[in-house]
Design a protein. Structure first.
Length: 471
């Protein structure tokens, strides 16, 4: 069987690029899911701006639901990579099977638990009387497709971790293309409006889920999907490993929800809905930054996990240098584009001059410190890829804590628009702590791993020698 990427023997720099770039491109294309929806919603005749605010309130809640896919998919992927690096494919198959079952269970629990709570939840998260009907319309349809959303995202991570980054990219591209084609058909041709936008997304995710499952059931996959029972120790390890990426995504979306609520409160009846609509556009641009950035840092976890499992410290350190350089380079490009192409991006969503000016200014503020944010992603996701959640989780939590403090303090002192400065404040103080921890801990962790493997191999050799002596 020809591997797309040999995680243990291919040159590290080339291997990082071949896993990072398809994952980055796949995530960039997946941004189109939400951006295309919002573009079309923003241009609905007569209701565009207010419907866009409704979908904007709904957007982070939708992503919060989808973060369960990261809890399981990104939690299981490093475990699979480490077991593959150790040569234990039987264990890798058990992890894959358990992740599949966990995704199905999570989807069922989310649908049953959230369906009765839609209206109070959306109101709590910033929906006004004017925007609530559109938020309810979108979220209800999307929630019904939770099975597809979780399988498409979660199982895709378990394809990428086997070295098949291009297959993972293709599954995302398939969903995005379907979404782009179906959005205008459902919204305008079939005259379904906001409901059509949500339905197009659900159908697209179903296509991605079918593609991923077909690959994992085929002979191409080094670790194929089998069907067994849940095993407690695997469930515990997956949930522990997935806690960091889950909390990153979940808290990121809670931050957007809190931002909407803060803007609504401090903006008042006159500017509240306008600022929430502005934030919807800003967060759409930030998705263009953070989702491809996350594609680089999580797509390369397979390289780190495999070589950490194999005890190859030299390859781990080399991969980390290349990953950090790619993350910083990508965010540097996006920093420039925010200033050059920000007005063009905003015009995709609205023709209102006052709203557009406010959104362009807010994008400039939120992207002030995205270059150090790139380093933050590389370090935190790198520790997660090596199974070091005891480091990645506190580092992620510190950045979120800084953000929450800033988002409440700044508007109280300087007015509603000051809330947008919470992003650059957290993007400076968060990476500063991560860089310090990385420099202090990484080489020590790798040395300890090499010593563990040396002792394990010595014990195994002694056991075999004793067995030969008995014979």
């Amino acid at each position: 069987m020809k591997l797309e990427n040999d995680l243990g023997r291919d040159p590290v720099g080339r291997l990082v690029r071949r896993t990072a770039i398809p994952s980055m491109l796949g995530q960039f294309v997946s941004v189109l899911y939400s951006i295309v929806d919002r573009m079309y919603v923003g241009h609905l005749p007569g209701i565009g701006d207010i419907a866009l605010a409704g979908v904007g309130v709904c957007g982070p809640v939708v992503t919060l639901v989808g973060s369960a896919a990261s809890l399981i998919g990104v939690g299981g992927a490093p475990l699979m990579s480490i077991r593959m690096g150790e040569g234990r494919l039987d264990r890798a198959r058990e992890i894959l099977s358990n992740c599949f079952l966990l995704l199905l269970i999570c989807a069922a629990v989310l649908i049953a638990g959230l369906m009765p709570l839609r209206e109070p939840m959306l109101r709590l998260f910033g929906a006004s009387d004017a925007t609530l009907p559109y938020a309810m319309e979108y979220f209800t349809v999307y929630l019904c497709g939770t099975f597809f959303a979780l399988l498409a995202t979660g199982m895709n991570q378990l394809v990428i971790c086997q070295g098949y980054a291009r297959v993972g990219m293709c599954s995302v591209v398939l969903g995005a293309v379907l979404n782009i084609v179906l959005d205008p058909i459902c919204m305008f041709v079939l005259d379904m409006g906001v409901t059509g936008a949500a339905l197009a997304t659900v159908i697209s995710q179903a296509g991605s889920a079918a593609f991923v499952l077909a690959f994992l059931l085929s002979r191409r996959a080094p670790v194929r999907l089998t069907f067994g029972r849940l095993q407690g120790w695997i469930v515990r390890r997956v949930l522990t490993m997935g806690l960091t990426p889950f909390l990153i995504i979940a808290v990121d979306n809670v931050m957007i929800i809190v931002m909407n609520a803060v803007l609504q409160r401090y903006g008042g009846p006159e500017r509240g809905d306008l600022l929430v609509t502005c934030n919807t556009i800003v967060q759409s641009f930030m998705l263009v930054v953070t989702m491809p950035l996350g594609g680089i840092s999580t797509g390369t976890q397979s390289v780190l996990g495999y070589n950490y499992g194999a005890g190859r410290a030299d390859r781990v350190l080399g991969a980390q240098r290349h990953i950090a350089a790619l993350c910083a380079g990508f965010t540097a490009v996006m920093f420039v584009l925010a200033r050059l192409a920000g007005p063009l991006f905003v015009r995709l969503f609205t023709d209102d001059g006052a709203l557009a000016a406010e959104a362009v200014r807010a994008i400039g503020i939120c992207t002030l410190a995205i270059i150090p944010l790139g380093v933050q992603y590389a370090i935190v996701d790198g520790f997660t890829g090596m199974g070091q959640v005891q480091l990645s989780l506190p580092l992620s939590a510190w950045r979120k804590l800084v953000y929450f403090a800033a988002i409440f303090l700044l508007p109280a002192a300087f007015g509603a628009e000051a809330a947008f400065y919470a992003e650059p404040v957290s993007d400076v103080l968060g990476p500063a702590a991560s860089i310090a921890v990385y420099l202090l801990c990484t080489k020590r962790l790798l040395a300890r791993r090499e010593e563990e493997l040396r002792r394990s191999r010595a014990a195994e050799a002694a056991s075999l020698s004793a067995a030969d002596g008995v014979q």
